[in-house]
Design a protein around this ligand. Structure first.
Ligand SMILES: Cc1cc(C)cc(S(N)(=O)=O)c1
Ligand SMILES: [Zn+2]
Length: 262
């Protein structure tokens, strides 16, 4: 069931519109952010993150990325403020990354790519009854994007990179409790925000993007552990290393990108 898509030559981003015509829609993500063209909005409040402890549940390899899921049965872990009209509940976070070198992020900043990008996915529990309902609604999701760049090793990321061996193959899941993603955020919460979409199929145009301007630093060794993951399942003969699982920037189509900083 569902369509088979990936990041390869034949099933990659340029082929997605065949099965997902919205790939050519008016508010697709990611985009290239041009700071000088962003509109500083003094009325944009800061974002507020209330990531309660011990709501992480598991870590898994879904064949496209590595995902940490959260218990979203109540408002223990939420994002609010910023461009959002109410609290959005944390559902999961995952990463996109490159091969060797400094490409791998989805959003770019004046054409600059980062080695990876973390997406913290939240859904509008004030208006919708479940993530599944919210995922296709125009104000259904809020995704917080954090850039990762190569530098010193990141102490908070160790718990994740040390768990990756348990989810090497597509379809594997492992317990992953008491992880608070607050430790993955940079010092400054200065952000750009714009209306966009999921960056992988089904590409629903349901995301209010909040992209932090300050990257976090991670070591090359830590990034190398992400690249030991596989797109392929344990039973497949051909082993495909999980890397370059990012969509390139899409047309802005006149959308305004706002910032809460000058
Ligand atoms: C398909 C999909 C699902 C979810 C929850 C999040 C995304 S993304 N990469 O836009 O954050 C994509
Ligand atoms: Zn993502």
């Amino acid at each position: 069931t569902g369509h088979q898509w990936g990041y390869g030559e034949d099933d990659g981003p340029s082929a997605w519109s065949k099965d997902y015509p919205i790939a050519e829609g008016p508010r697709q993500s990611p985009i290239n952010i041009v700071p000088d063209e962003a509109v500083y909005d003094a009325n944009l409040p800061p974002i507020s993150l209330n990531y309660d402890n011990c709501t992480s549940i598991n870590i898994s390899n879904n064949g496209h990325s590595v995902v940490v899921e959260f218990d979203d049965a109540d408002d223990r872990s939420v994002i609010q403020g910023g461009p959002l009209n109410n609290a959005y509940r944390l559902k999961q976070f995952h990463f996109h990354w490159g091969g060797k070198g400094c490409h791998g992020s989805e959003h770019t900043v004046s054409g600059k790519t980062y080695t990876s990008e973390l997406h913290l996915v939240h859904w509008n529990a004030a208006r919708y009854g479940s993530f599944g309902e919210a995922v296709a609604a125009s104000d259904g999701l809020a995704v917080l994007g954090v850039f990762l760049e190569i530098g010193d090793e990141h102490r908070g990321l160790h718990k994740i990179t040390d768990a990756l061996y348990m989810v090497k193959f597509k379809g594997t899941v492992a317990d992953f409790r008491d992880f608070n993603p607050k430790c993955l955020l940079p010092r400054s919460l200065g952000y750009w925000t714009y209306p966009g979409s999921l960056t992988t199929p089904p590409l629903y145009e349901s995301v209010t993007w909040i992209v932090l301007a300050e990257p976090i630093e991670v070591s090359e060794k830590q990034m190398g552990k992400f690249r030991t993951l596989l797109f392929s399942g344990e039973e497949e003969e051909v082993r495909k290393r999980m890397e370059n699982n990012f969509r390139p920037p899409q047309p802005l189509n006149g959308r305004a990108v706002r910032s809460n900083f000058q």
